[in-house]
Design a protein around this ligand. Structure first.
Ligand code: IMP
Length: 431
């Protein structure tokens, strides 16, 4: 009954896509459990370069079944687009993608409301991806959402849809002075979605539990990261789902007792896209250099990501919330060639007060200034290195220091975007 979760351990964009693709070789099932097409997971392997927003990154391994769980919010147009693209590229997906009947759909008014709400927030904008994520989860919580199962009985859905749309159009036009969503267009879209998606909609929770009972390996693919978690992140500058470990259980309908491994994916430095505090942010040339070297621009929105040094205070908090059994360190190669590298090991306020733990309030976090430990950099490249012993001594020391600070073994180190540019220190999935 082994389930393995791969979670974003910082602010998202840690390179989970590559890691999931790397690990999926040993998986029977790969499953997304939270978020939506705000996520952008990039995979580079011998088949080419792929960008996934909804379909689990395990799909490139032919033996995998790929599930989209009830915790995901799904824009049907995006899902169909990804399915079509995979088909066009010759990836056989027949019967290998299943969408939970219980997954909520991102409807056209969600996207419009996301945009309008952001504009109305002005300077306090969250910097959302504009994909309708927040409004879709709001409707779910308000019990006015539309789920995948609803597409299977359009005639039952339409009268309900009428009421929901009337309410949402009132908000769009009367609160935000926006343009109403056309009722007939939405009805037609739902009909088309129903026709095309019916074959993919199924009892994902039952399938996952049956696989676990049969001893199959289920890889749970996280999206976003702990610090964007609705409950545990830097609220309100967060996404609207739970990318943390609890979300994996709720968002797939499996018991936490199935979890054998919980892997936190950390990037060798920090990035954040959108607004909200990033205590170790680099506002100088070094930040610019890392951003350009690493091409730190959003996969989903193309926005430049904010860059900072590795934040061990945030990382310890991340480990506390998720209880990692192992860690992955990605993009080590980006730091190649720096004379020295910094690690944020503490916070202090402008008044000199030491802040020992990651604060719960955003105002308190905004007052935190980083305290750095400076470690020597390395000249020799780590790029493409595949064995731990081939890492330059200083790079190895950097990895060891992070491992010590997060108090969790770093079992995988990524040294480049390709599936093969990976150091496997210890296997994460039992053979
Ligand atoms: P939303 O999820 O589109 O509502 O955006 C809320 C916040 O989460 C914004 O700051 C986004 O930039 C951020 N965010 C959402 N998804 C991702 C992701 O996959 N990677 C990094 N940041 C994300």
């Amino acid at each position: 009954m082994p389930a393995y979760a791969v979670l974003g351990a910082q602010w998202g964009d840690e390179g989970k896509g590559k890691i999931v693709d790397f690990l999926a070789r040993d998986a029977n099932i790969v499953a997304r459990f939270a978020g939506g097409n705000n996520a952008g997971h990039t995979v580079v392997n011998d088949q080419g370069t792929f960008g996934f927003h909804l379909i689990p990154c395990g799909v490139l391994w032919p033996q995998t079944l790929n599930l989209i769980g009830n915790g995901v919010v799904v824009d049907p147009d995006i899902l169909l687009q990804e399915i079509d693209e995979l088909r066009e590229r010759g990836i056989d997906i027949a019967d290998r993608i299943i969408l939970s009947e219980r997954a909520h759909l991102i409807m056209p008014w969600h996207v419009r409301l996301d945009e309008l709400a952001e504009i109305s927030r002005g300077e306090r904008a969250i910097g959302t991806t504009g994909k309708g994520i927040g409004p879709a989860y709001s409707d779910k919580a308000a019990r006015t959402g539309v789920r995948a199962a609803d597409l299977l009985d359009i005639e039952a859905l339409l009268p309900r849809l009428d009421d929901i749309l009337e309410y949402n159009n009132a908000v769009i036009t009367k609160v935000f002075d926006g343009e109403a969503i056309d009722r007939d267009e939405v009805f037609e879209k739902c009909r088309q979605w129903g026709e095309r998606l019916a074959r993919y909609i199924g009892p994902v929770e039952k399938i996952a539990n049956q696989a676990l009972a049969a001893g199959q390996h289920v890889l749970l693919e996280g999206a976003q990261g702990v610090l964007l978690d609705l409950d545990h992140g830097t609220y309100p500058f967060v996404t609207s789902s739970n990318p943390t470990i609890g979300g994996a259980s709720v968002g797939m309908g499996i018991s936490p007792t199935h979890l054998t491994g919980i892997t936190g994916v950390f990037k060798a430095y920090s990035t954040r896209v959108g607004s909200g505090p990033l205590p170790s942010e680099l506002m100088d040339e070094t930040g610019e250099t890392i951003r350009n070297l690493a091409q730190e621009f959003g996969t989903t929105t193309g926005r430049p990501r904010r860059v900072g040094w590795f934040d061990a205070v945030a990382a310890k908090y991340s480990a506390l919330i998720n209880g990692y059994t192992s860690a992955v360190l990605t993009r080590l190669d980006v730091l190649d060639g720096f004379e020295s590298v910094k690690i944020c090991t503490g916070y202090v306020t402008d008044d000199g007060e030491e802040i020992p733990d990651f604060p719960g309030g955003v105002a308190a976090l905004e007052k935190c200034r980083p305290v750095y430990e400076v470690v020597p950099g390395w000249d020799e490249p780590t790029a493409s290195v595949r064995r731990l012993e081939d890492l330059p001594a200083e790079a190895r020391a950097y990895v060891d220091r992070i491992q010590e600070l997060i108090d969790c073994p770093i079992d995988v180190i990524s040294t480049g975007p390709h599936r093969d540019e990976t150091i496997l220190v210890r296997a994460l999935i039992d053979a």
